[in-house]
Design a protein around this ligand. Structure first.
Ligand code: FCB
Length: 441
């Protein structure tokens, strides 16, 4: 489903991306490594009722021992980039203890990526916290940013031989909402006030990490992965639908990124001034999955009085994950472009176990990326979520996001056909006429 004009013009011709474009996939430590026993998610998974079907991350994709098996696959699939995260709780399993072996393992993994011609992007915080940190109040503590900064000071100098592209934190607003407002993630709090406190500390943590990284690696590029979701009023003529959609947009999409651009967080009724956070973005990381239609609904105060649902009749992905809406990627790239920085699409994908929608999803979304680039929007890379099926947080193993299917019990891997489609794109840095003909309507 690409825009009509684009379809007409490019039906048969090739869509070329720059040669230097980064083509890869994204993962996060807890979702793939296995046996992350020292973090808050591991503890959460042991509590009944927290994860769909009582699933646990367990061995996950066994990356702590065998990541290289999937790195080989990524290389064979012509990927030249990979976004992964380092697990704070491995590197600092207890408040006063640093684990040098864990750091060595990350050095080995990053070296392994580079040896395969895959350029890493390293995320420093992707949803999980060391248990000792969580038990002492986590991101609500006044010294949370300082504790995170100590971890950054330890880990970044050890990794600069193998990485210069850094993502401080992943989807801070989505994380704060799930952990502190809806309470479906640890620590399971339901208080918007406490959520804003945690989010403010995380913005401080981001700013501290930005400075630390630049001190040890002046040429580093540092950003964070912002969750962008589109909120469209169900009835464009309804002022209440429009108002609610605009509030959700402002909170979800803009709160943290505006904080990192300007040093001010403005999500009414909160206004927070953090001058140290201003101008702490070298690039904008865009995570994009879906959009919602929004109707005014008095029963949903936690969602700014909005009820959200997929556009009626629109294609949706597995498990009620949301509408498949490729044009949304073009729209969020325009939002991201306001900040005047290079852009990486740090995540984009869908749960699709039988892979009947993923090939077209990839081609359609990349067509929209190209459309944005034709308008001069400086997109530098695309990291598909994900390389291999992995532990999908509270949804456990029920959602399959991988180009490679995984049976977590046997660790058997099977390439999905979308993996080959994406491999051709990565190899040629282009969408060829054959795939445009086959997958776009
Ligand atoms: C994003 C998360 C990532 C993964 C995908 C499906 O919101 O950053 O860890 O769960 O969704």
């Amino acid at each position: 489903m690409i825009a009509f004009g684009l379809m007409q013009t490019h039906r048969m011709s090739e869509i070329r991306f720059p040669r230097a474009f980064r083509w890869g996939t994204a993962t996060s430590a807890h979702q793939v490594e296995g046996n992350n026993t020292h973090n808050d998610w591991w503890a959460w998974e042991q509590q009944p009722g927290r994860i769909v079907a009582g699933d646990r991350s367990g061995l996950a994709c066994d990356w702590w021992v065998h990541a290289e098996r999937d790195f080989d696959a990524a290389r064979d699939l012509h990927q030249n980039a990979h976004r992964l995260s380092v697990e704070w709780s491995r590197i600092q399993p207890e408040t006063g203890r640093w684990d040098g072996d864990a750091i060595d393992r990350y050095r080995e993994m990053l070296r392994g990526l580079r040896e395969r011609g895959i350029e890493p992007m390293v995320t420093l915080h992707h949803f999980t916290n060391p248990l000792w940190f969580a038990e002492r109040g986590g991101w609500e503590r006044d010294d949370a940013a300082g504790l995170f900064a100590r971890f950054v000071e330890r880990v970044v100098p050890a990794l600069i031989d193998f990485a210069d592209l850094w993502c401080t934190v992943n989807e801070p607003v989505g994380w704060a909402f799930s952990a502190y407002v809806s309470g479906v993630w640890p620590p399971g709090v339901r208080s918007a006030r406490r959520g804003m406190k945690a989010l403010t500390q995380m913005l401080r943590g981001h700013a501290a990490a930005y400075r630390i990284i630049h001190q040890v690696q002046p040429d580093a590029q540092v950003g964070f992965a912002n969750y962008f979701r589109l909120f469209d009023p169900a009835q464009a003529a309804s002022p209440l639908d429009r108002l609610v959609a605009a509030q959700q947009h402002r909170f979800v999409n803009m709160t943290f990124i505006d904080g990192a651009a300007t040093g001010r967080v403005r999500t009414l009724p909160w206004v927070v001034n953090l001058p140290e956070a201003a101008r702490t973005l070298d690039f904008v990381g865009v995570n994009y999955y879906t959009r919602d239609m929004v109707s005014f609904d008095l029963r949903n105060p936690k969602q700014f009085f909005g009820r959200n649902y997929p556009a009626p009749g629109a294609p949706v992905s597995d498990g009620g994950y949301g509408e498949i809406y490729p044009e949304g990627l073009y729209r969020v790239l325009r939002l991201a472009a306001q900040y005047g920085k290079p852009i990486f699409i740090t995540e984009n994908g869908l749960p699709d176990d039988d892979d009947d929608r993923r090939p077209a999803f990839i081609v359609d979304h990349l067509s929209q990326v190209w459309r944005a680039m034709q308008e001069g929007i400086p997109v530098r890379g695309y990291y598909h979520w994900s390389l291999v099926d992995n532990f999908e947080w509270a949804r456990g193993w029920s959602l399959k996001f991988g180009l490679i299917a995984l049976d977590p019990a046997t660790q058997t891997r099977t390439l999905r056909s979308s993996a080959s489609v994406y491999a051709e794109i990565c190899r040629d840095s282009a969408l060829n006429p054959r795939m445009l003909e086959r997958f776009t309507r």
